[in-house]
Design a protein around this ligand. Structure first.
Ligand SMILES: *[C@@H]1O[C@H](CO)[C@@H](O)[C@H](O)[C@H]1NC(C)=O
Ligand SMILES: *[C@@H]1O[C@H](CO)[C@@H](O)[C@H](O)[C@H]1NC(C)=O
Ligand SMILES: *[C@@H]1O[C@H](CO)[C@@H](O)[C@H](O)[C@H]1NC(C)=O
Ligand SMILES: *[C@@H]1O[C@H](CO)[C@@H](O)[C@H](O)[C@H]1NC(C)=O
Ligand SMILES: *[C@@H]1O[C@H](CO)[C@@H](O)[C@H](O)[C@H]1NC(C)=O
Ligand SMILES: *[C@@H]1O[C@H](CO)[C@@H](O)[C@H](O)[C@H]1NC(C)=O
Ligand SMILES: [Zn+2]
Length: 508
């Protein structure tokens, strides 16, 4: 980890001038801090009052301009790891924190990540092109990035054992049922048996979209198919009929270095830190202004406003990279902590997707029964805040889909809030939050249209205030919050055995 010690001179200058210059926004607050240079202890109400929708929107426009740096290579705006759009995002975060002077110590944590791109793909089964076809994340291409032909060969059981694969898959296309083991394991078996491609079909009628996870030299080009469209194919195969197919995958998997950015307050008890994070990267498909530009910018804004106050506990902000590839940055970070450093993190708060256009105020249902002690106290802090504002909220599963996962798997209490991704708003939620029932919370989730027009400013401001509240509360005091368990990793964590997710994509 590289630590950069701030520019002390500039910082002194910045905090002296900050007293005379009014805030950028139309804020009508009296200047905070005292003429003699001391600052008052952070106060939740005052920090929340400094959250401004104008400032958030100005950042969103800036973030979209940064995403456009990805156009040259990708033909559309993106902030995917490895792209110019992501590098631009990293510089923007780093520069923003650096400008705050010595209030923060900022560091880069560089780590290896794999990044996959599918440029073009096609699956033809018999004489049909299934509409539910999806490509698995981190899939390799078909041979020479050219179409391959073969018979569809049914694999026994769920294809989790080599013995499930008949010899006839060699040179052909393996047809494998979803379930029991990860997609990556199935693809590996298929590859070892000589298959030229693999199709994982769902046990439910829906499409199946996931990731192969850590690349293996044995992986073959792998597609997902809905149970509905797999049905007729299975019928034919079970009757012993021959079904031929063409599979085409023009794809690449690259190993690159990318960077987590960590900023920690110079003041405050460094043995007791409240940590929070958002992910700096987007998917390849679009600019990621809601996912997770929104969380990234909320954190930048809270980090900026926090400098007007004094803290008694350390506050540590993180901007993770490689979240979309499977929580790579946050996993790497937690794995690199010594036991002693692990213990200093009292809790981790995840802020991923704060401004979905058809939002619900979602709180991760993180309970102490299944998660490190303190997770539930954090959940209850969110509940109380929404209730105090007269706002409704809904619980959502705490199932490993975002960067909190590495923390709770390593004994650190965690939780967070969100506003919804590809899920569908129910009638009941429509009554609670408005918007449109029967539609996705974010209709542009992981798409090109996740742009400046895809954020709901009301939800974004509300949630950024809640982020400010969470930071102010724990920066001031951990009174009543459980002490860290001396055991770093809980031996039995019921949660870890049942999660289907590790990151935004299904892996089994
Ligand atoms: C700074 O000023 C505040 C009031 O403006 C006062 O309470 C505090 O004692 C002063 N601190 C020092 C170190 O002079
Ligand atoms: C922050 O608060 C502590 C304890 O109240 C005080 O000793 C310190 O001077 C304050 N620092 C600033 C910069 O106001
Ligand atoms: C925080 O600030 C608000 C508004 O200025 C004030 O009413 C409240 O008493 C303060 N809270 C604490 C704990 O100092
Ligand atoms: C940290 O990363 C940022 C963003 O990529 C870069 O601008 C900066 O120079 C790096 N700083 C150090 C000390 O490596
Ligand atoms: C929250 O999680 C607990 C288990 O930890 C479960 O008993 C409860 O039903 C969940 N609540 C909701 C609304 O999902
Ligand atoms: C969780 O923390 C609370 C408060 O510190 C404590 O009373 C309780 O015993 C802890 N529970 C476990 C399971 O350690
Ligand atoms: Zn996200």
């Amino acid at each position: 980890m590289v630590f950069f010690s701030g520019l002390a001179l500039c910082a002194a200058f910045a905090s002296a001038t900050a007293l005379q210059i009014p805030l950028l926004s139309s804020s009508h607050h009296a200047p905070l801090g005292h003429p003699n240079g001391t600052k008052s202890m952070v106060n939740s109400t005052e920090l929340q009052d400094l959250v401004s929708g104008d400032r958030l929107m100005a950042r969103a426009k800036k973030m979209y301009e940064i995403a456009k740096l990805g156009e040259e290579e990708y033909n559309h705006p993106t902030r995917v790891i490895g792209s110019a759009g992501h590098l631009g995002t990293l510089s923007y975060i780093y520069e923003t924190i650096l400008q705050l002077g010595d209030y923060y110590t900022v560091s880069n944590q560089s780590f290896p990540a794999v990044s996959g791109n599918v440029f073009e793909s096609r699956l033809v089964i018999g004489d049909g092109v299934p509409k539910s076809t999806r490509t698995m994340g981190l899939t390799p291409p078909t041979k020479d990035n050219e179409p391959v032909h073969g018979d569809v060969v049914l694999v026994a059981n769920e294809g989790c054992q080599g013995s499930d694969y008949p010899d006839s898959v060699a040179g052909n296309i393996a047809f494998i049922k979803r379930g029991v083991c990860p997609f990556g394991t199935k693809s590996e078996h298929a590859g070892r048996m000589g298959a030229v491609a693999a199709v994982v079909y769902n046990y439910e009628k829906d499409p199946v979209s996931g990731t192969l996870g850590t690349p293996s030299p044995d992986h073959v080009a792998t597609f997902g198919l809905s149970g509905e469209e797999a049905g007729p194919v299975l019928k034919k195969l079970e009757k012993g009929k021959r079904v031929d197919a063409i599979a085409y995958m023009d794809a690449e998997v690259n190993q690159i270095l990318t960077v987590n950015i960590i900023a920690q307050t110079s003041d405050g008890d460094a043995d007791n830190c409240v940590m929070l994070g958002a992910h700096s990267d987007s998917v390849t498909e679009g600019p990621g202004i809601n996912d997770d530009g929104s969380g990234t910018m909320s954190l930048l804004e809270v980090a900026t406003q926090l400098t007007k106050f004094n803290v008694s506990n350390c506050v540590r902000f993180a901007w993770w990279a490689g979240e979309e590839e499977g929580l790579l940055g946050s996993d790497y970070y937690v794995a690199s902590l010594s036991d002693e450093e692990n213990q200093k993190i009292r809790l981790f708060m995840d802020y991923d997707m704060m401004a979905s256009p058809n939002f619900a105020y979602q709180i991760y249902n993180a309970t102490n029964a299944l998660n490190p002690n303190g997770s539930e106290q954090l959940r209850d802090l969110y509940i109380k805040w929404y209730e105090d504002q007269g706002l409704n909220y809904a619980f959502i599963p705490f199932d490993g889909r975002s960067d909190y996962d590495g923390f709770i798997r390593n004994g650190i209490p965690g939780g967070g809030i969100a506003t919804g991704a590809e899920g569908i708003k129910t009638q009941k939620e429509f009554e609670m939050f408005g918007g449109r029932a029967g539609e996705q919370y974010d209709p542009c989730y992981h798409m090109l249209c996740d742009d400046v027009g895809n954020v709901d400013l009301t939800a974004w401001v509300v949630n950024t205030k809640l982020i400010a509240h969470s930071v102010a509360t724990y920066a001031q005091s951990f009174k009543g919050f459980p002490k860290r368990d001396l055991k770093v990793a809980p031996e039995s964590n019921a949660y870890t055995n049942t999660a289907k997710y590790h990151g935004p994509k299904l892996f089994m």
